[in-house]
Design a protein around this ligand. Structure first.
Ligand SMILES: [Zn+2]
Length: 82
């Protein structure tokens, strides 16, 4: 399941991510759209590009390192009443 570290691409297309994750490309696209999977689009509505680390984190059902919640930060939901 892990991605070959020797020839690790910096960005995966939806198709490549789907093959690696063993999912349907639509599933990958939907996950990106729903912000479950950290993907990038050069233009809005364009092709998604996914970093292997983000894909792996998504497969593990964890936030990728780019969006790991920072410590010592008050949850937003609790801030409002102040
Ligand atoms: Zn990420």
């Amino acid at each position: 399941m892990s991605i070959n570290t020797l020839h690790r691409p910096s960005r995966l297309s939806v198709k490549e991510a789907a093959v690696i994750a063993g999912r349907h490309p639509d599933t990958i696209r939907e996950a990106c759209r729903l912000d479950l999977l950290h993907g990038k689009q050069r233009v809005k509505g364009g092709t998604w590009q996914i970093m292997p680390d983000c894909l792996e984190a998504w497969q593990d059902n964890e936030p990728c390192e780019h969006r790991t919640p920072k410590k010592n930060v008050t949850p937003i939901s609790k801030k409002r009443s102040a």
